[in-house]
Ligand binder design. Structure first.
Ligand SMILES: [Zn+2]
Length: 300
């Protein structure tokens, strides 16, 4: 067994797939193992799948510590998943079971925040200590790194930027409120604006390239709401950088980023007083969460 160099285990538990990776202390992904989560899998089955993939990714190496990103609300201590709408893992003693299995401390975080931490360590926000992340995809994930740390809040539920209200009495959101950012600036919101048919991000990209006016209009509206939110969030957090990611930005970033950038650059308050705030697209892709999870683990 190799024990000379520290290796961290990063696990990305998603609603449909799990990715485990062995990550070096400098943030390099050494090996990966990935699998789909069977529909309706129980907590135990999700854990066993994650543990099996972790074993494969480690390949006999011993992890110094373990980090996990999950799509849900995690206790601020990072030991329990409190709420996870898309996967059965809430209430399961995930950190304790991983510790038993791999003989290393484990910490859990919200996947979007953990991914943002990964970007702030090795990706597009490298070296930045204050970063805001907006990730429009099926929904709209948000995250905040404040003074180098993930902003957690009292219950671990901070930075849910998808659910800030941008239109009073506006479109109904999946969370039960009306007018949330997610109801305007997600792929699902664009689909609804275009009549409701399912449209993958790549199809939206192609339609933009063909200048299909209805799609251009819908994505522009989504981008403008995102831009307004970015300006407001800048005023709350004063970040060094605003990072945009998620499926919609991966496919249509060339259309969306300039709209957000323009709104920030023309903000008469902060831009005139403290200067510009750059906007960048996320750079780590599918590795962001495992890299961020390793970073979280290395702080244990
Ligand atoms: Zn909402």
């Amino acid at each position: 067994m190799q024990t000379s160099k520290a290796v961290y285990l990063g696990i990305d538990i998603g609603g449909t797939k799990i990715l485990a990776a062995a990550v070096s202390s400098t943030g390099r992904v050494l090996s990966r193992a990935k699998a789909k989560v069977p529909k309706g899998a129980s907590s135990r089955e999700v854990f066993e799948l994650a543990a099996g993939l972790s074993k494969a990714a480690l390949g006999g190496r011993l992890p110094r510590a373990i980090g996990v990103g999950v799509p849900g609300i995690v206790s601020p201590k990072g030991d329990k998943v409190l709420v996870a709408p898309n996967i059965k893992i809430a209430g399961f003693p995930l950190a304790a079971r991983l510790k038993d299995r791999f003989k290393a401390h484990a910490v859990i975080g919200n996947d979007v925040s953990v991914g943002l931490l990964g970007e702030a360590w090795k990706g597009a926000a490298k070296g930045k200590k204050n970063v805001i992340g907006l990730f429009p995809g099926t929904g709209l994930g948000g995250g905040a790194i404040v003074d180098g740390k993930i902003l957690l809040g009292a219950h671990g539920a901070a930075a849910e930027f998808g659910h800030i209200v941008v239109v009073r009495g506006g479109r109904r959101c999946g969370c039960g409120k009306r007018g949330c950012l997610e109801a305007y600036s997600s792929r699902s919101a664009i689909e609804k604006a275009l009549g409701g048919a399912q449209m993958k991000s790549k199809a939206i990209k192609k339609a933009l390239a063909r200048r299909e006016w209805d799609v251009v209009g819908a994505v522009r509206e989504a981008s403008e709401h995102l831009a307004d939110a970015a300006v407001s969030l800048r005023q709350v957090f004063d970040p060094e950088l605003i990072l945009l990611g998620g499926g919609l930005v991966e496919a249509c970033g060339a259309f969306i980023l300039p709209i957000v950038r323009k709104a920030l650059d023309t903000d008469p308050f902060f831009t005139r007083t403290i200067g510009r705030c750059p906007v960048k697209a996320a750079a780590l892709g599918d590795d962001a969460i495992v890299v961020g999870a390793a970073k979280l683990a290395s702080c244990l």
